[in-house]
Design a protein around this ligand. Structure first.
Ligand code: GLP
Length: 248
């Protein structure tokens, strides 16, 4: 149950290594299925993949992607959605076909679904992952309260993709990008813990001194709903990728 930890001298070196692994996967299998995360942590991996696309001919046009999560209650085309961010930072510059990208966003044909329509939507998201043969490699970060995706404390090992209420700290951490806490959505839809654990490989990134305590607790904790990142340790091919500042 111990998780491999890869410690790199710098954040940049860690990002290049993870991007190189993804690039190798895509060169081997051009229609690879990538599980993607948002937040500050994975930005350098996306930037490096864009560089490989531009300077090294890495063809990402056939990859299929599934993002971990999306906020509820903001308009489908709002620039603050994770989808808009991913399109701007990664999908567009990397030449990823938008038709091959998936979000558990509660949006179908440009329309935000009603609450009672969400169970059907999240089941379809899970089925879409199954239909492409599962996720080859899932990128993850760790939230201040140990969340993965938006699986907040209290999430079970068996949880699937679903609508969740956001934890107070999660909303605080998002306040800046929403221009104030009162504008941060109260709910989101997240890939479940069980869904995440079905990916063939998990790469959990943590950079900077602020993440060190989170890394320590993730490595020390038995599988515990109070610290959802602890569930990842049970995965056969999970690696925690850290820089010196985040290493314990
Ligand atoms: C967000 C995302 C998570 C992310 C985490 C850490 O709320 N839903 O997927 O891993 O918070 O964010 P950051 O990488 O900015 O520290």
């Amino acid at each position: 149950m111990s998780m491999h930890v890869d410690v790199f001298e710098s954040r940049g070196a860690a990002e290049r290594a993870v991007a190189a692994e993804i690039a190798a996967l895509v060169r081997r299998r051009p229609d690879a299925v990538l599980g993607l995360a948002t937040g500050n942590t994975p930005t350098g991996v996306y930037a490096e993949l864009v560089r490989l696309h531009r300077e090294d001919g890495l063809d990402l046009s056939r990859v299929r992607t599934f993002n971990l999560d999306e906020y509820c209650g903001i308009a489908p085309r709002d620039p603050r959605t994770f989808r808009a961010w991913m399109e701007q930072v990664f999908f567009g510059p990397a030449g990823i076909a938008l038709a091959n990208t998936h979000f558990p966003d509660g949006v179908e044909h440009g329309r935000a679904l009603h609450l009672e329509e969400l169970p059907r939507h999240v089941e379809a998201f899970e089925r879409a992952i199954q239909a492409v043969g599962g996720i080859d490699l899932q990128l993850l970060g760790i939230g201040r309260n140990g969340h993965v995706g938006f699986n907040e404390p209290g999430s079970t090992r068996a949880s699937r993709t679903r609508r969740v209420e956001l934890h107070a700290w999660t909303r605080e951490d998002a306040a800046k990008s929403f221009g104030g806490l009162e504008h941060v959505p109260t709910h989101a839809i997240t890939m479940g813990v069980a869904t995440i654990l079905e990916a063939r490989a998990l790469r959990v990134l943590a950079f900077g001194a602020a993440k060190r305590a989170l890394v320590a607790r993730t490595l020390a904790s038995e599988p515990d709903p109070a610290w959802p990142a602890s569930y990842l340790r049970a995965h056969a091919d999970a690696r925690l990728v850290v820089d010196r500042d985040a290493s314990v």
